[in-house]
Design a protein around this ligand. Structure first.
Ligand code: SF4
Length: 473
């Protein structure tokens, strides 16, 4: 998962990019970068670390210019290292003149890379973003295509998820893959500049005149003439298909104050909680979320069920998200640093504990143990998504299938492993009811039905498993 930002037409372009990246820090905490053009060449700063650590006033002073793009990264494709971080900048004889930042994974990465390598194109990383920029620049420089034509060809050939910002010395391009898997929005700011961002929450702090989502397959060019929109025929090439937005953005990844895929994330999360409550009949004293991602799911559950909502677990915000720390050792140790139960709160209580999803289950098991040790008499776990049984190949770092608890174990074994009194997942139908157009979403990590082609050498072996994860008492 990553976050991107693009800015055109402000003397403070890099500063605005840094502000936007700060709002999107939850989408990637491993590395960050900004590329900015002064009209003659593009300067780049990218480093491992958080936005506020990397982009001091002195660093931003060195990134002068009216066009800038930026990126925060959590690694999905390519190792955790600075050379795989973004933006990527490509130099020509005239110096560094193109830069690109992208969110998503390319599912035919190897075959497209090999084709370009056969034509003499060199790569410095294993990162999807570099593939996109090398593709576009090859088309522009060696095949003399316009940038719009190059991006159109890219959309016809490159498969997968890619919400992207691309810049040359004096233009910004914004485009999204034909299935619109990852989010991307664009806005005009009150000073006349334009900003694009993965999440609308990064635009809200800028005083926007208007904002909207970039349509799947759409290409937007912004230059001195203003904003131009290019319809793209990539959708017609996949006749009958609809968009396939990532449903997990609503469940977990996006900030609740963002607007994605035509929905307020906050509202979808509350509807998820309400759906869970409607399907449930357990009697309990309190509804407690695993903070923070399950807060609004729990709120929706509490409102619908009439059971009081309580923040019985307090999260330390200065510890990274458990799910997005790459190393298992760090993950295990950090659980107790991250969550602390309120004193005497759980004693003698029957608790409905709400979480957004179960991936490996190791964190939840420790949370359950912690709550039980504080005196809870019953813990009924309710999950705001169906069982995760399949890996994601579209930009989310879910582990390989054999690390997923719902692949390894059946329902009863999961209940025993977690140590809960009962467990309820959502069904895919219940989750579908929480959005206006469920047919426009990807549910592949629950169903194994991958909507966008994945080439064999990227798609690890997928084993399909019939398993009943419905609620048992
Ligand atoms: S497989 Fe899951 S995480 Fe990946 S895009 Fe589809 S819904 Fe999102």
């Amino acid at each position: 998962m990553c976050g991107i930002i693009g800015v055109f037409g402000s003397d403070r372009a890099a500063e605005i990019a840094a502000l936007g990246l700060f709002a999107e820090q939850h989408r990637g905490q491993e590395s960050c970068g900004i590329a900015a053009s002064n009209g003659s060449y593009i300067k780049l700063c990218k480093q491992m670390g958080l936005v506020k650590e990397v982009f001091s006033n002195e660093v931003l002073e060195g990134l002068k210019g009216r066009v800038a793009i930026g990126h925060v990264r959590y690694p999905t494709c390519g190792s955790s290292s600075e050379y795989n971080s973004q933006p990527h900048v490509v130099e020509t004889l005239f110096g560094p003149v193109f830069a690109l930042a992208s969110n998503g994974d390319i599912t035919n990465y190897n075959s497209v890379k090999e084709k370009l390598q056969e034509k003499g194109v060199f790569f410095h990383s294993n990162n999807d973003g570099e593939l996109l920029i090398r593709y576009i620049v090859y088309k522009i420089v060696y095949e003399h295509k316009t940038t719009i034509a190059a991006i159109r060809e890219l959309m016809a050939e490159i498969k997968g998820a890619y919400s992207t910002v691309f810049m040359n010395r004096d233009e910004l391009y914004i485009f999204r893959d034909p299935y619109g898997i990852r989010p991307l929005s664009v806005a005009e700011v009150s000073d006349g500049s334009y900003v694009a961002a993965s999440e609308s929450c990064a635009l809200d702090l800028l005083g926007v005149k208007w904002k909207r989502e970039v349509k799947p397959a759409e290409i937007i060019r912004i230059n001195k003439q203003g904003l131009q929109i290019y319809e793209n025929n990539a959708r017609e090439m996949r006749e009958g298909d609809s968009e396939k937005h990532c449903i997990f953005e609503h469940i977990y990844f996006a900030r609740p104050d963002s607007f994605e895929y035509g929905e307020n994330v906050y509202d979808v999360r509350k509807r998820i909680g309400a759906e869970l409550a409607l399907a449930d009949d357990v009697k309990a004293d309190v509804v407690v979320p695993v903070p923070d991602s399950a807060n609004f799911i729990a709120l929706g559950y509490a409102e619908k069920s009439g059971i009081p909502y309580e923040m019985g677990l307090i999260r330390n915000h200065y510890v990274g998200r458990t799910f997005i720390q790459p190393d298992q050792t760090v993950r295990d140790e950090s659980v107790y640093h991250k969550f602390n139960p309120l004193s005497n709160f759980f004693t003698g209580k029957k608790v409905i504990l709400i979480d957004d999803s179960i991936v490996r289950g190791t964190t939840l098991r420790k949370i359950v143990k912690l709550i039980k040790s504080k005196g809870a008499t019953e813990i009924h776990l309710r999950i705001g998504s169906p069982a995760v049984q399949y890996s994601c190949f579209y930009g989310i770092d879910t582990p390989s299938q054999d690390e997923l608890i719902a692949f390894q174990k059946d329902y009863r074994e999961i209940v025993d492993f977690l140590g809960v009194d009962s467990l309820m997942y959502m069904s895919q139908e219940m989750l579908g009811r929480t959005v206006a157009f469920p047919e426009k979403y990807c549910f592949a990590c629950f169903s194994g039905k991958y909507p966008v082609e994945i080439e064999e050498n990227i798609r690890r072996k997928i084993i399909y498993k019939e398993c009943d994860f419905s609620y048992h008492r």
